[in-house]
Write a protein that binds this ligand. Structure first.
Ligand code: FE
Length: 183
């Protein structure tokens, strides 16, 4: 991978990601590393591991200040992040990121006990993001060939908020970049 891309990712994730992740006890970097580690442990494809690592890049580049959700703002980080990623990686990385908020709305609609498992910040943002999907939205969502990867990413995301977990470092996951670069 190019040193420029590595440096750009490190600047964002190691340089800026020490702010707290929403209401949880982990910071953005720990959250990113835990999500990627969960993906790897689950034998997810390389693109999904990278998508898990980078899924919240939109939170880091939105310029809305810290914790916009506390001010009732949806930062639309999934769109912003996916657009940023699509300039650098293939669709296997950017599309699950674009859909990871929709995947939460999807799971709330199709799994009766999912809502009860959400962390307080996920519940708070769900309202801003449109609440559970309607039946039509569920059908549409399933038409996307990458919807299952988005759902996986969403489960890693939700589980990646444990302040006691140890993970590999950022560079460990960057070895997947070479196979997922945009051509
Ligand atoms: Fe997240």
């Amino acid at each position: 991978m190019s040193d420029t891309l590595r440096q750009e990712l490190l600047d964002i994730f190691v340089g800026r990601a020490t702010r707290r992740y929403g209401l949880s006890a982990v910071n953005q970097l720990q959250h990113a590393l835990q999500a990627a580690a969960l993906a790897e442990a689950d034998d997810a494809p390389p693109a999904t591991v990278l998508a898990s690592l980078l899924h919240d890049v939109g939170h880091m580049i939105h310029g809305l200040g810290e914790d916009p959700a506390a001010r009732g703002l949806d930062d639309q980080h999934e769109e912003l992040g996916a657009t940023w990623l699509a300039e650098r990686f293939d669709a296997g990385v950017s599309e699950p990121v674009r859909m990871h908020v929709a995947a939460k709305r999807y799971l709330c609609a199709v799994e009766p006990d999912y809502f009860g498992k959400l962390s307080p910040d996920s519940v708070r943002s769900l309202g801003l993001q449109g609440g559970p999907m309607s039946a039509d939205e569920v059908e549409d969502f399933r038409r996307n060939p990458l919807y299952a990867e988005a759902v996986r990413l969403r489960r890693y995301d939700e589980a990646a908020k444990d302040p006691r977990t140890n993970t590999p470092d950022f560079d460990h996951f960057l070895r997947h970049v070479a196979t997922c670069r945009r051509v």
